[in-house]
Design a protein around this ligand. Sequence first.
Ligand code: SF4
Length: 351
Amino acid sequence: MITATEFRSLFHNGLVKQNTGLVQLLGLCPLLAISNNVINALSLGLATVLVMAASSGAVSGVRHFVPNEIRIPVFVLIIAALVTVIDLAINAFVHPLYLVLGIFIPLITTNCIVPLRGEQTYLDRFFTTGMTGYPGATHIPDRQPGQQKDFSALIAKAKTCQPPKELETGTITGGFNYRTVLGIADQVVEAVKSGAIKKFVVMAGCDGRMPKRKYFSEVAEKLPSDAVILTAGCAKYRYIKLPLGDINGIPRVLDAGQCNDSYSLAVIALKLKEAFGLDDVNKLPLAFDIAWYEQKAVAVLLALLYLGFKNIRLGPTLPGFLSPNVAKVIIDTFGLQPITDADADVAAIMA
Ligand code: SF4
């Protein structure tokens, strides 16, 4: 039987000390995104507290009945169900607030750390660094001037873990950061001028489990052999192991790295514009076919629009922030368009 002191301690820890919404605001994208006035911030904070309190109670109630192997998906399902209830309730009872909070209510489910309350079996393998943190997790300290960050604790822990099971085989060629690509700029420009490369297709973005995302594998397969794919982010795992070959030694998939490296793709495009002496990036033999997901892709898309890139294709879903008015402005101004099917889009891209 729990004592009054233990209950008070649990209550205090759950609601205040380990309440991510209160003490680790920087880790929660939704809070950052809508904390532009007190009402919005308090409302989303309250929604987060409700979800945490209810999900911790529900998880505690079922944890003895859930098999160990599926506990994380079950717990995430509980959190997602509660978030959906909150989402629908706000929509039904406080509709003006729902219009402000929008996509950020569902994001409570995922962004950025699902608190480990009620189930802390992997806390010993949980590491944070930089401005992130989590109670009980090992924090990798900041780099000292002139030194590298010390990841030895993480490496030592990883060495004690079971290796992951191999699910598939293949070869991935990476490392095409803008510095590497610009290092072979002469070769690339020559290949474009000679007609060996007809089109660059930026097929970056996020991946997801929806079958519709097979579209990106199909586009990669159907693009003609004189097209080069520029990529960054998780979308590439749909096609990066395909044997697409190279053009005069230049791989047909140039992988700049992770989503944050989309910066490299923009630099490559801007440098190609200079190399060809063009006054507009949209005159380059370059097309965008972006795999959309509501994550960092939001920042990437806005950066591309800011840089003046037009006629970007997006899919398989469209951004949640595209309300009819915003969609009209972006379509009219930037020619943003949804993906259709691989055959039609490849034909339009290569036209
Ligand atoms: S935000 Fe980055 S890491 Fe996350 S799914 Fe998208 S590409 Fe992958």
